[in-house]
Design a protein around this ligand. Sequence first.
Ligand SMILES: [Fe+2]
Length: 299
Amino acid sequence: MQPAEAFTHPPFELGNNPLEEYTREYCASIFSGEAGQKLHITPEASQWMTNHIVDYVARPMDAMTRDMMIGKIVHTYHVVKAIVMIAENMPHHPWDLQQVALAGMGHDITRFDQAYDQATFKERADSLWRHAHKGAEMMENAPLSITPESRRAIVHAIDKHSDKTYDGEEWLAKLLRDADKLALLAEFAQIGDIDVKSYTDGPPSRGELPENAYNDFFKGNLVDNGHTETYGDVMIRYLSWMNGLYFPETRRILAETNILERIAEKLTDYYPDDPFVQKNYPEILDQIVQFKKEAPQAA
Ligand SMILES: [Fe+2]
């Protein structure tokens, strides 16, 4: 798979179709059959995920919640593609690709529950609703014929996938964190595919970015979630992820795309009059150039 084709997906064109039925067909088209085989998704995993998704989309909800769920179906597909692509680029590593794909499949499974219960994906520091922990719990009991050791590794990876930092040593957890970041960056670069407003409380163009987010970014640190009040903050935080990737293969894949440049451009599009953006834009581009220079090249 080439990086360019990794983050595409068939359009979700509901038209006049019943949502439940169409969603089931759509999931089948991306998670099963030939598409599923290419991504090492077992029929059992495809069925499990699809049933869960359809269970949620079948409930009464408003259009925004429905779109949040559709966004997560597409995101799941992108993450599975990303995680398998990164793993396949490391043939020397003894990956079990079905396990790798399953971690991607299940990583955000409780986002559907969350969209339905909370109508937001935002998790505040004091919130008891942690999609990663709930997802790990669900994976512990999922009716899947996998070995206990494989299940334990997947549960751990899901549990840790959205923590700000990960101090553990488990390769699957690192791989899932890289794949999620890569997929979210690609989606962010194509805004419209995901609804950023669902990640932020403020209006998308409040026009002020906290200086500490920039400072973190320029120091090569990850930008804290707590700084993300606006659309622009989310962009800076996302861009900072280029500094937090584990595998050289992930950096290489990202460097082969124009994802980072596109996100930087969006920052100037959305904040044309923001003095912080004007002042810092050249330096943001410098960071991207530097990242690309340092990224490993294809063999
Ligand atoms: Fe997640």
